[in-house]
Design a protein around this ligand. Structure first.
Ligand code: NAP
Length: 343
């Protein structure tokens, strides 16, 4: 038995905002075999629970009145090769960026655009992480997760994961799923994706070949390091707001007023993606500070803790940004990270 249950645990070092909060309880496991015991204990205690990996996609507004679950399920395995594709399985607690490096080191392509996204493998399908024109769901073969309804470990095919733009059923159905592992199908040969602004320029400036996934990886790492504040120095959770998807008609009306507004029509007809960073910057909030809570002066999408901000301070500023953007553009921004607030 290796279920480790503790009471009154500080989360300050396991959320990248560095917010000083406590969880009522913390449960940690090291193996898939511990899952039944973990969820029996959670049922007996009768409190809400919350999975926590590296804490890079969560804002704790208050202390957590429940059980934080840390599933320390590790391991990266090669499951097989077929027709130029390899299947790889990674445990939820593996670091995402380390997995990206591992795949490239082993001659597999596809994940290079997703380099340096903070967080664990288990968080990746929850958010359906994406960057520079690639989203995780393109490569998911299956997600293994504990289903609290069926009380067993299930293996979900991609079509059963409800993936959307920074969205999935794991995100929409909290309290139901604990992601245990992700299986990916990755190609040995595939065209790189380099159409996002800055990527080709960055590759060229480094003397790289845009068809080489390693060159794309290096470029994405350099771009991210330059543009985004390092959570080890300034608390943050990467992009705080999702890019809003608005109906075409609303976009046409906005474009009449703001002809420079960046926008990208979506494949699923009828919607246009706007840049949340542009909206925030135009609202004059890039670099704005309210005490120790701020909007990064490097990237308007990043909410930052300059030191000592509470979860309430950060959330108050996020709400102010959301309301200011809505008053100016009629577009309501939604947070990308999970917001954990009391009652
Ligand atoms: P950027 O190039 O300044 O562009 C701003 C936004 O416009 C991005 O969020 C991106 O949406 C969208 N965009 C840009 N070019 C596009 C294109 N050719 N087609 C469709 N949409 C396009 O973006 P950035 O903030 O520096 O970020 C670059 C990439 O890194 C983006 O993909 C972004 O999502 C990703 N990123 C992720 C995080 C995170 O924590 N999750 C943090 C920072 C950046 P998308 O976001 O939909 O790609």
């Amino acid at each position: 038995m290796s279920l480790d249950l503790q009471v009154g645990v500080s989360l300050r070092d396991i959320n990248t905002f560095g917010v000083d909060v406590e969880t009522m309880m913390m449960a940690q496991i090291d193996s898939l075999d511990d899952l039944p015991e973990l969820f029996t204990a959670i049922d007996e205690i009768g409190m809400d629970w919350l999975p926590l990996g590296e804490g890079s996609n969560v804002l704790f507004v208050d202390d957590y009145d429940g059980i934080v679950v840390r599933a320390r399920l590790r391991g990266i395995e090669w499951l097989g090769d077929q027709d130029g594709w390899a299947r790889v399985r990674a445990g939820a607690a593996e670091n995402w960026h380390r997995l990206v490096e591992w795949t490239l080191d082993n001659g597999l392509r596809g994940l290079e655009n997703l380099a340096l996204i903070p967080g664990s493998v288990g968080a990746a399908p929850v958010q359906n992480i994406g960057a520079y024109g690639v989203e995780l769901d393109r490569y998911v073969a299956a997600v293994e997760a504990w289903d609290t309804r069926q009380r067993r470990l299930v293996r979900l095919a991609p079509e059963d994961c409800g993936f959307g733009y920074r969205d999935s059923r794991f995100k929409r159905e909290p309290q139901r799923w604990l992601v245990a592992a992700v299986e990916l199908d990755l190609p040995r040969e595939a065209e790189t994706v380099t159409h996002y602004a800055g990527v080709r320029e960055e590759i060229a400036s480094r003397g790289g070949d845009p068809a080489d996934p390693r060159a794309v990886f290096e470029a994405v790492c350099a771009l991210r390091r330059r543009k985004l504040p390092d959570p080890a120095q300034t608390g943050n959770a990467g992009s705080f707001f999702k890019n809003p998807l608005v109906p075409e008609l609303q976009y046409a009306q906005l474009r009449d007023h703001f002809p420079d507004m960046p926008a990208w029509p979506q494949d699923d007809a009828g919607h246009v993606k706007l840049s949340a960073a542009w909206l925030i910057e135009q609202a004059g909030l890039k670099g704005y500070r309210q005490g120790a809570a701020g909007i990064s002066d490097r990237h308007a999408l990043v909410l930052v803790n300059h030191g000592g901000a509470s979860g309430r301070d950060l959330w108050a500023l996020a709400c102010q940004v959301r309301d200011t953007v809505e008053a100016r553009f009629g577009v309501r921004l939604e947070p990308e990270p999970r917001i954990v607030a009391a009652g």
